[in-house]
Design a protein around this ligand. Structure first.
Ligand SMILES: *Cc1c(COP(=O)(O)O)cnc(C)c1O
Length: 383
């Protein structure tokens, strides 16, 4: 049915009506007092979301622009870095680092498995010359639905003393706690179309004091993504270039909604939806793709046996107007993914589960127990 599409992909995520309406006005001058007030306010709100008193800068660009900025602002030609790679977005970190000629050591894990913090500890402890300048990881690996143990890996980075930690928090920020200042996370990147509940187009980079020290020394080429320009402009509640003015309207409205709900409530909701989605898939006899205990609060990846995951995804889309995400690269056809990130309520999860069961029936593979998925999800949602 027209205009009934329910997005259950891990970005773009659904946008609240209030946020859409906030955008539906003429742009205003980006050097006006009115706009400066919005920059001032959203800057404070962004610090709240990142649990930090330090800088959070806003770029007009997607999450990858924030990732690229995160690398080129704190590193220099030929620097040695460690990249964690256990999925599509870990791979992207490696590609960006190599594009800038960094000396990249990759710590890999199989897709579906978490990164092993011990591997990071060993590499960092062996580096007595302190050659490693950064450890670069993805917190929530969207392609596999795995959440990596950022807290432990970061502890090993801190014990090293020299290396910075650079984090892709694109699908963890706004889904689970990322206490930027308390953990001393140096660079944290995110994007608007994920946990922020606004359309694509903004990238965010949080920078700590050690990141700014490194920024002064960094000699990688940069112009549009030179964060020092953004920091200076932010002192006057401004932007170095024309910002995405209407997306700022959206940002302010979305962060208002988030502050009304409260961080703890937001994280509890995502955790509840993770548990409900996982329980429902297991009740339907559909195996989870992420290793047990490492399911992302933003996304549940499912690997149905004896069934084309793409056929199931298409049946859910054409019959129920619900868009699930497919598997990426070699997982295409083997995995589908349920996004439960951002503006998602219990009803959305129940509906998606019911639609998946409906599609199983349509594909001739009904669950042993009719309604088992919804029953399992409801049991968790009702607490
Ligand atoms: C979506 C996403 C990104 C950013 O992708 P863009 O398409 O550039 O916004 C980066 N990392 C992860 C883990 C993501 O899910």
């Amino acid at each position: 049915m027209k205009d009934k599409l329910q997005l259950m992909i891990p970005g773009p995520t659904p946008v609240p009506e209030r946020v859409l309406l906030a955008m539906a006005r003429h742009p205003i001058g980006h050097r006006s007092g009115e706009f400066q007030a919005i920059v001032a306010r959203t800057t404070e709100q962004l610090k709240w979301l990142h649990q930090t008193s330090q800088d959070v800068l806003v770029l007009a660009g997607s999450g990858t622009a924030a990732m690229e900025a995160g690398i080129i602002n704190v590193l220099s030609r030929g620097d040695k870095v460690i990249c964690g790679d256990n999925g599509k977005f870990g791979e992207r970190w490696v590609k960006v680092a190599k594009a800038y000629g960094l000396d990249v050591e990759v710590i890999k894990a199989e897709w579906g498995q978490p990164l092993d913090p011990e591997a990071f500890r060993a590499a960092l402890e062996a580096d007595s010359a302190k050659a490693i300048k950064a450890v670069i990881i993805t917190h929530s690996e969207t392609s596999t639905g795995v959440i990596n143990d950022l807290e432990t890996i970061n502890r090993h980075v801190k014990a090293h003393g020299e290396a910075l930690i650079v984090v892709d928090a694109v699908t963890s920020l706004g889904a689970t706690s990322v206490p930027v200042e308390a953990w001393g996370l140096d660079v944290v990147c995110s994007g608007s179309q994920k946990g922020y509940m606004i359309p694509p187009g903004l990238g965010f980079v949080a920078m700590g004091p050690r990141a700014w020290e490194a920024q002064k020394r960094s000699d990688l080429p940069k112009f549009y993504l030179d964060l020092e320009r953004y920091r200076k402009a932010a002192e006057g509640n401004s932007n170095p270039f024309t910002p995405a003015v209407n997306l700022y309207f959206a940002l302010e409205a979305a962060l208002d909604l988030m502050q009304d709900e409260g961080l703890d409530a937001i994280f509890a909701r995502h955790e509840r939806h993770r548990r409900a989605s996982q329980a429902a898939m297991q009740a339907l006899g559909l195996p989870l793709f992420a290793a047990e205990g490492y399911g992302s609060p933003a996304i549940t990846a499912v690997a149905p046996a004896n069934l084309d995951a793409e056929a199931l995804r298409k049946a859910v889309k054409s019959r129920y107007d619900i868009l699930l995400a497919g598997g990426q690269d070699h997982l295409k056809g083997q995995v589908f993914r349920i996004g439960h990130l951002g503006f998602v309520c219990d009803r959305d999860v129940l509906t998606a589960v019911a639609a998946i069961e409906g599609a199983l029936v349509e594909l001739g593979q009904p669950p042993a127990q009719p309604g088992a998925g919804v029953a399992a999800a409801a049991a968790i949602l009702q607490g």
